[in-house]
Design a protein around this ligand. Structure first.
Ligand SMILES: C=C(O[C@@H]1C=C(C(=O)O)C=C[C@H]1O)C(=O)O
Length: 394
């Protein structure tokens, strides 16, 4: 399908804003993303009048973008790539079995003609009370007690914070700001009618499958990154080393459950994630050599939610969070990313993210708690994780 010259000359920010406005107005879902280390931004639109939730987003093999919540009993969506625009080279592709409908024509006209207001930034107010801090400190204290009582070894309590704008946030422009600020993060902007608008810059791969190679990572342990710090001089405490080792063990236990013995393990290494440092171990499996051709689907079901975002062992940690966290994480700490797209699947944990509404947005962050956690430090950790977005958003 050819793309009109008019779309090509539109600023990318405007094409993104108009695609989301189209989804809201005409019904449809939109996903925009930039994978780590890539320049090109991808945008897809699913024209379904009512997007249906799916149980197994990878099973259909349909190219699209998966959007899954933290709590697997809530709805997961696959935004199908009815229409795909590569915003790097302005190539438009439609799904081969999708007949170009009047909706496609309407979208393309919409993208060409509608002008979004020129970039002007909002004044942002952050609402946070002493009560919020006290509540989180209490949550960490009860997490440590539960660990001391032997209920589990690690748990990842989280919290949210609201920010208010005086005028609607320019999401297209802020998405582009995130891509520039965090070249090694997975940057995403998703609109699903039932879930609203979510934007994020996550450092954490959940699973990827490409050229018959399966990958996953164990990412945990957090400290602030000061510009210019040499990674070889970074030191980690025993608590942080153990906390990350539990995530590695969780992944290896998942491999064991399916009797997969041959995997490569590299790390743990210190990595930079925007304004933060983490410890990361990488796992790699050759799916042909091990005869596990559906490893992506199988591991996705076993891994989520990993002990980087929930706890170890999984069940008692999840029960604890459901009882004590007192809010719904929704899509925070869920997973998202392109599936069966350009012959690869890359799903990331939805961290460093925000849910955007008309005049406010909600940011989320959690912190891994072990027996040695100090509540005040865990609070600070959630603050700096939220700053990954708050330092950039205008
Ligand atoms: C839970 C978050 O991050 C996760 C928890 C980490 C930790 O506890 O140190 C580090 C990286 C992520 O796996 C978050 O960003 O909200």
């Amino acid at each position: 399908m050819t793309i009109s010259e008019e779309i090509k000359i539109q600023p990318i920010e405007q094409v993104i804003n108009n695609a989301i406005a189209f989804g809201k107005q005409e019904g449809g879902a939109v996903a925009v993303w930039r994978t780590p280390g890539e320049d090109n931004i991808q945008l897809i639109v699913d024209f379904s009048a009512e997007l249906q939730p799916t149980q197994d987003p990878l099973d259909s093999k349909a190219p699209g973008f998966v959007f899954a919540p933290f709590d697997i009993s809530e709805d997961t969506y696959l935004v199908k790539a009815d229409l795909h625009i590569n915003l790097g080279n302005h190539q438009i592709t439609t799904r081969p079995d999708y007949s170009v409908s009047t909706k496609t024509e309407k979208l393309l006209t919409f993208l060409e003609k509608e002008k979004s207001p020129k970039t002007s930034y909002s004044d942002i107010g952050v609402s946070e009370s002493k009560e919020d801090k006290d509540k989180f400190i209490q949550l960490v204290n009860s997490s440590v007690k539960a660990i001391q009582n032997g209920q589990f070894q690690k748990v990842v309590p989280s919290r949210k914070k609201e920010i208010h704008f005086d005028k609607p946030l320019n999401v297209g422009n802020n998405f582009l700001r995130l891509t520039k600020a965090y070249p090694s993060a997975f940057i995403s902007l998703v609109f699903v009618p039932q879930a609203g608008i979510w934007m994020g810059a996550t450092p954490e791969l959940l699973i990827s499958v490409k050229d018959n190679i399966f990958k996953s990572v164990a990412l945990a342990g957090t400290q602030k990154y000061e510009d210019g710090t040499s990674l070889s001089n970074v030191a980690w405490t025993q608590k942080e080393i153990e906390e990350q080792a539990l995530v590695s063990r969780y992944i290896i236990n998942c491999f064991k459950k399916i009797r997969l013995r041959e995997f490569e393990e590299v790390g743990p290494k210190t990595v930079i994630a925007g304004n933060l440092l983490h410890l990361k171990t990488e796992y790699k499996v050759n799916m042909v050599a091990t005869n596990f051709t559906d490893l992506g689907e199988v591991m996705l079901k076993l891994l989520h939610p990993t002990s980087a975002i929930c706890g170890m062992p999984l069940s008692p940690a999840r029960e604890f969070l459901l009882q004590h966290e007192h809010y719904d994480r929704k899509y925070f700490a869920g997973y998202l990313g392109p599936a069966n797209f350009d012959n690869s699947t890359q799903l990331y944990v939805n961290l460093r993210c925000m849910h955007i509404e008309e005049d406010k947005a909600t940011v989320f962050a959690g912190a891994g708690v072990t027996e040695d956690s100090q509540p005040e430090k865990e609070w600070e950790e959630t603050e700096i994780k939220m700053n990954t977005l708050l330092n950039i958003i205008k």
